[in-house]
Design a protein around this ligand. Structure first.
Ligand SMILES: Cc1ncc(COP(=O)(O)O)c(C=O)c1O
Length: 478
């Protein structure tokens, strides 16, 4: 196949092929095994080989991608993929995302896309409204919670530098003391990654967990902040701990941060959605008192990868860190936002279109209904575990994550970690339902997370059924 210019005529056939395959796939994804087919690893390896000297042609290539590619993929958009915290994509979001790729606008500047710039502005306003965040805060879309943590903590670092009389974005951190960062044992790996990228480092972070699960010891946080004697610090709270869905006491942390001159950042990758329902909103009280908060779009908002949001009380700090101009960029005009000045990327996918479309399509009440359904499904699974004699609930589910382990009679505590680890491998290999193991409170445990719009009671009821079936032979083989 020669130059793409000569392939113009194939576009209709290619789009039709994807449309037909996608239509057929999405119609049956509810029935497919969540982990994909048994051959998925080999099918993925078949995608190797050398760069073609002369292309294979677009039709053959796309055919290979959507047919053989299905064999190598997991069905993570389906209703029984409970690994990590994986949202599906709502019908409106999938359709909008196709359109994003079709028009392929760059959301960096108003001049590169008035549509993407305006819609990002609207999406940020709607998200603040949805999460009950103060309307004066600034926000920006990113590729996910990791980059949102990076973005918001970049603003925090800038504030901290200003408190020391310097502009870190301009001058760097040479000559400054280490940044004091205080958090609980709930802190997510992505926050540490962000601190590495920001040059703050993650080794110096003080994790003030008061128990094996990492719950914050508030008195120690108070003492540590007091010991800083008014020197600026960064406090990081987690809204929705990844293993069991726990929340730090955010309102109390906000009060300590205010009293001791600290920036409060909240990682609410999925936990920020607790604010959508009166059933769960108490968990996330106090976030409105923070200096920055982030969440993911590709988790509980159910928009396609990759999408996240960062909100910062003082938007000037975002601009101080990320507002790098260039002679070929036009000046920002009033009411014409240029989001590349508020976030890490220059060129940016117009991911706001999916956020806008899904919020416009389902509204506040649609999202509240979905969150409440997932919370009630987590309660249902928790109840099944409590009522069983072979499983143990490690934490009462309060949001959408259920942390439990297999604990049959007659198996020694010393052997349980190994039994659960091996059972976890069987669950992944089996694939009918998909979730992995973690270590919670020192115990190897499962942590299915329910965050896909398609998931119903029928899907959740498969969790214990399949786990029990696969456990046969594992405990007795020890
Ligand atoms: C609390 C928390 N923060 C951050 C992240 C990182 O999110 P992402 O992988 O979307 O960057 C996760 C992912 O599960 C999370 O649970």
């Amino acid at each position: 196949m020669p130059d793409p210019l000569e392939d113009r005529e194939s576009l209709n056939a290619l789009l039709l092929k994807v449309y037909e395959t996608a239509r057929e796939y999405t119609a049956r994804v509810d029935q497919l095994p969540a982990g994909g087919g048994a051959r998925r690893d080999q099918a993925a390896d078949e995608f190797g080989g050398d760069l073609p000297e002369n292309g294979n042609g677009s039709l053959q290539t796309i055919h290979q991608l959507v047919t053989r590619g299905q064999e190598a993929a997991t069905n993570s958009s389906g209703p029984r993929f409970f690994h990590f915290v994986t949202g599906g994509s709502t019908p409106a979001a999938v359709a909008a995302d196709w359109w994003v790729s079709t028009i392929d606008n760059n959301a960096g500047l108003w001049v590169s896309s008035p549509l993407a710039s305006k819609i990002e502005q609207v999406a940020i306003e709607w998200l603040k409204d949805l999460f009950h965040l103060p309307s004066g805060w600034s926000g920006v879309l990113t590729t996910g919670a990791t980059m949102s943590n990076f973005t918001a903590l970049g603003a925090a670092r800038q504030w901290w530098g200003q408190e020391h009389g310097t502009d870190i974005a301009k001058n760097g951190t040479a000559g400054l003391p280490a940044v004091p960062v205080l958090t609980s044992g709930y802190v997510h790996a992505s926050v540490k990654k962000a601190l590495s990228m920001l040059g703050i480092g993650h080794n110096t972070v003080r994790m003030l967990g008061g128990d094996a699960a990492g719950r914050l010891d508030l008195a120690t946080l108070d003492r540590e902040l007091r010991a800083l004697d008014g020197a600026p610090a960064i406090v990081i709270a987690t809204a929705g701990e990844v293993n069991a869905g726990g929340f730090d006491p955010i309102a109390a942390m906000a009060e300590l941060a205010r009293r001791h001159h600290a920036w409060l950042h909240v990682d609410g990758a999925f936990g920020l959605f607790a604010r959508l329902s009166p059933i769960t909103s108490d968990l996330a009280t106090g976030i409105e008192l923070a200096d920055s908060v982030i969440a993911d779009g590709h988790k509980w908002l159910n928009v396609p990868y990759d999408c996240g949001f960062a909100f910062v009380r003082d938007g000037r700090l975002l601009n101080a860190v990320f507002g790098m101009g260039a002679p070929y960029f036009p000046a920002t005009e009033v009411d014409h936002p240029d989001f590349l000045y508020l976030g890490p990327e220059m060129s940016r996918r117009a991911r706001s279109l999916t956020v806008w479309a899904t919020l416009a399509a389902y509204g506040r009440s649609g999202y509240r209904a979905m969150v409440e359904r997932h919370v009630s499904l987590a309660q249902r699974l928790g109840k099944q575990i409590r009522a069983s004699s072979d499983f143990e609930l490690l934490e009462d589910p309060q949001l959408n994550v259920v942390c439990f382990r297999y604990h049959p009679k007659g198996v020694d505590e010393a052997e349980l970690d190994d039994v659960n680890r091996r059972l976890g491998q069987s669950i992944i290999a089996d694939g009918r339902v998909y979730f992995g193991t973690t270590v919670y409170g020192g115990k190897v445990a499962f942590r299915p997370a329910i965050s896909n719009w398609r998931t119903t009671e029928r899907d959740v009821d498969v969790v214990l059924k399949v786990t029990r079936e696969l456990s046969e032979g594992i405990a007795t083989a020890v």
